[in-house]
Design a binder for this molecule. Structure first.
Ligand code: PEP
Ligand code: MG
Length: 540
């Protein structure tokens, strides 16, 4: 038995086999003696990759429909592309190199060729080719598919996980996350909280000491990861797991109750979600609405942006499921740790201070407008609010409003039915908080993004685990900016919510109610805990 202690991202107990998540190792060039054997290896890998893609197609077709699954069919066909296969074969034979290297080099060459084309459709194929090459290399190495389709429910142990790696994992197969690195407010941590999955970061495990498939436990209350627990520890973990189930059952009794303090102060409690399927977690936990739908997760982990139609269907589905409850959908907030290769964004020195979110949307209308069209069309199906991220000035809001008016005009001309939703902004830069009196005159609501507001106010990168000791989430500067934003919003007659992780900090709930915050939007798993806190307190 080995016990490692880390930092809890989401409390909870898990017990199950370890799955060691491996990021692909670098591909080395090797001289081979037998090019025929190497070609046979390649042929076998192509067949294995086709099998994986068929399984992915079947899964996606059943879960999200044939249109979204079509990409896997395209990948399967691309594996048979004669030019690609001939180029790989040529390298193996003429240069006597290993198949992994030949596939990788050919993948890069083809991707570059596609990226250089004028046609937007062909440009977008660049990341497909890279994906296919990566899959083939994995198959050549005899590694499992990335979706973990053949894994039993497991404790995922990784050095670190990016948001796109996290979203690609099969949620039904994850019992817990344990990572050596990462930070509390990273999007990977946020995803763990959304999914109600116990998660630890900063766990100093020695990978060599862990066996794939060995039994392990995660105790998120104590921040412990226990590999191969002995009999006594196992019995104690099983007992705590039982207790946790009983506590969950008690929390369930709060369903249907209003979020009102003993002295009669009411506050809305909504859910933060990252996908259409997460909406089920919101309903399961009795959310009053969706306070933040992070639409960028529709864009990452794939090789081309979602079409207007695909987005329309997704937003419409969320609105219909929420049946008249408020749904706040945030427009694309990509950049920094959330990347999509097909956007062709350059690497930046300071990505968190870089070309991201609304800055991309305002300079690339071909990305922004289809999203707005999809949102405005979907608005007829429920109670939609659209929210714009990373705002720093009134000018940005005016530009957004102008683009939104153009979208309305176009839809009207095309005789496509739509409705104009409530439109608000995230207050997540110190600039926006400081000029919130001005901004409030131009928008319908504010939602305070404390994750970014904290990193920008305290000049502390939210991704950098070394800074956590320097980054006090209760810093007076942040609390004052929040209070100021609430006051300025109310003066202009608009509602003000909090959708950053601080909204779920139970030690601040009374303070937020005292400030007059109208709504707290939190990870679904925190809703009933927050409600318990509210109904048991006197606000004054
Ligand atoms: C925030 O910054 O607080 C927020 C809610 O947005 P995200 O965490 O997605 O950046
Ligand atoms: Mg943010």
């Amino acid at each position: 038995m080995n016990i490692y202690t880390g930092k809890t991202v989401y409390k909870g107990i898990a017990l199950g086999p370890i799955h060691l998540f491996k990021r692909e190792a670098p591909i080395k060039r090797r001289k081979i003696a037998d090019s025929r054997a190497e070609s046979e290896r390649l042929a076998a890998a192509v067949e294995a990759a086709k099998g994986e893609l068929q399984a992915l197609y079947d899964k996606a077709a059943a879960e999200v429909g044939e249109d979204s699954a079509a990409i896997f069919e395209v990948h399967r066909m691309m594996l048979d592309d004669e030019d690609f296969r001939a180029a790989v074969q040529n390298l193996i034979e003429k240069e006597s190199v290993n198949a992994e290297y030949a596939v990788s080099v050919t993948g890069d060459n083809f991707a570059e060729m596609f990226a250089g084309m004028d046609d937007e459709y062909m440009k977008a194929r660049a990341s497909d080719v890279r994906d296919i090459a990566r899959r083939l290399v994995r198959c050549l190495r005899g590694e499992r598919g990335e979706s973990g389709a053949d894994l039993p429910p497991s404790i995922i142990v990784a050095d670190d996980l990016t948001p796109s790696e996290t979203v690609q994992l099969d949620k039904g197969k994850i019992l817990a996350f344990v990572t050596a690195h990462g930070s509390f407010n990273s999007h990977t941590s946020i995803l763990a909280r959304t999914m109600n999955i116990p998660a630890l970061i900063g766990v100093p495990f020695e990978a060599g000491m862990l066996r794939e498939g060995a039994l392990a436990a995660v105790d998120g209350y104590r921040g412990e990861f226990i590999a191969e627990p002995d009999g006594e520890t196992l019995a104690s973990v099983q007992k705590r797991l039982e207790q946790e189930r009983e506590n969950d059952a008690l929390l369930q009794t709060l369903k249907g109750r209003e979020n009102v303090t003993k002295d009669g102060k009411k506050i809305e409690v909504y859910a933060n979600v990252g996908s259409v399927s997460d909406v089920a977690y919101a309903l399961e936990n009795d959310a009053g609405g969706i306070g933040l739908f992070r639409s960028e997760f529709l864009y990452i982990g794939r090789s081309a942006p979602p079409s207007e139609e695909e987005q329309y269907q997704a937003y419409k589905q969320v609105l219909q499921i929420m049946a008249g409850k408020k749904v706040v959908i945030r427009t694309l907030d990509i950049g920094a740790d959330k990347q999509a290769d097909y956007l062709g964004l350059e690497r930046e020195e300071n990505p968190a201070l870089g070309f991201r979110a609304i800055r991309i949307c305002l300079t690339r209308p071909e990305i922004f407008k289809p999203q707005l069209r999809a949102l405005f069309r979907a608005a007829r199906n429920g109670n939609l609010s659209v929210m714009y991220p990373m705002i720093t000035s009134v000018e940005e809001v005016e530009k957004i409003r102008a683009i939104a008016r153009e979208v309305e005009e176009e839809l009207r001309e095309e005789k496509i039915p739509f409705a104009v939703p409530e439109q608000g902004i995230m207050v997540e830069t110190p600039a926006a908080a400081v000029i919130s009196d001005e901004l409030a005159k131009h928008v319908d609501f504010f939602s305070i993004g404390t994750n970014d507001l904290t990193q920008y106010t305290l000049a502390a990168d939210r991704q950098n685990e070394k800074l956590e000791g320097f980054c006090n989430p209760h810093h007076e500067a942040i609390l004052r900016l929040i209070e100021m934003t609430v006051k300025n919003g109310h003066k202009a007659g608009i509602w003000v919510g909090i959708c950053g992780e601080l909204g779920a900090d139970l030690s601040l709930t009374r303070e937020f109610i005292r400030m007059g915050v109208d709504e707290l939007s939190v990870s679904p798993a925190m809703i009933l805990k927050l409600r318990k806190n509210i109904v048991e307190m006197n606000a004054d």
